[in-house]
Ligand binder design. Structure first.
Ligand SMILES: NC(=O)c1ccc[n+]([C@@H]2O[C@H](COP(=O)([O-])OP(=O)(O)OC[C@H]3O[C@@H](n4cnc5c(N)ncnc54)[C@H](OP(=O)(O)O)[C@@H]3O)[C@@H](O)[C@H]2O)c1
Length: 222
């Protein structure tokens, strides 16, 4: 049975990914700060109290995994806070937080869990088309866009680096999804998004490593 670890698994897209990978026969390790009732109801292994911006917390997670070997790591956790040019000085903490969670954490988590990843496995970063420069037709959301663009840049380097271990890296946009992050606005629900992401992850190979794709299958511009 393949094993997958998913961050931000207590709600939103991460919760649905956890549900769908479990249904597909994976052994799940659901990583979160506080488990929700919905996550607990899935009956998967839960690793809680994991604050993705803290080194001690990440080291503790790696330790708790013990001998676990991962086929798949999904860096899903993310944060969106308002940010604008005229308020940048009062929003600097939020700018930094988004960089820490959206860009740095996927890289830090991957780095610390590398010894647990199987050769030939997969690493996924749930990024956003908001990080695309080619697709930015409306501006705004400085911090979120910058953090996701940085996540994409990191993901491409990761794809090159992990090739030597035959680990494929996917950079996936989930769609505009009705979750707490969007105030429950969006084009699709978490279940539809997770179903698309599941397919894209199944399709991911060393031939397609480092690509930036929409859950609906489109390739997105950088
Ligand atoms: N929804 C969309 O339309 C959309 C579009 C493009 C990309 N995305 C991306 O998709 C991913 C999932 O988003 P979502 O819509 O499911 O958002 P969500 O419902 O707001 O869930 C965010 C998840 O990230 C976790 N998280 C945030 N900061 C964390 C931290 N410092 N340490 C540990 N966990 C942390 C949250 O945990 P807590 O419950 O503990 O806060 C929660 O589990 C994110 O990367 C997001 O940027 C979403």
């Amino acid at each position: 049975m393949p094993t997958a670890l998913i961050t931000g698994a207590n709600r939103g897209i991460g919760l649905e990914l956890t549900r769908q990978f479990k249904e597909a026969g994976y052994d799940l390790i659901a990583v979160c700060r506080q488990p929700s009732q919905a996550l607990q109801a899935l009956g998967v292994r839960i690793e809680k109290d994991v604050e993705l911006t803290e080194r001690a917390s990440l080291e503790n997670l790696a330790q708790r995994l013990g001998p676990v070997r991962l086929d798949l790591l999904v860096n899903n956790a993310g944060v969106l806070r308002p940010s604008s040019l005229d308020s940048i000085e009062s929003q600097l903490d939020d700018f930094r937080l988004q960089y820490e969670v959206n860009a740095l954490a996927p890289l830090r988590v991957t780095s610390i869990l590398l010894p647990h990843l199987k050769d030939g496995g997969k690493v996924v970063i749930i990024t956003s088309r908001m990080g695309s420069m080619g697709d930015n037709s409306s501006g705004g959301h400085y911090a979120y866009r910058m953090s996701k663009a940085a996540a994409n840049a990191g993901g491409v380097s990761l794809a090159h680096e992990l090739k030597k271990r035959s680990i494929a890296v996917g950079l996936l946009h989930p769609g505009y999804v009705r979750t707490e992050m969007t105030g429950l606005n969006g084009d699709i629900g978490p279940a539809e998004s997770a179903a698309g992401l599941f397919q894209r992850i199944e399709e991911l190979t060393l031939e397609t490593t480092g690509r930036f794709r929409h859950a609906n299958g489109e390739t997105l511009p950088w």
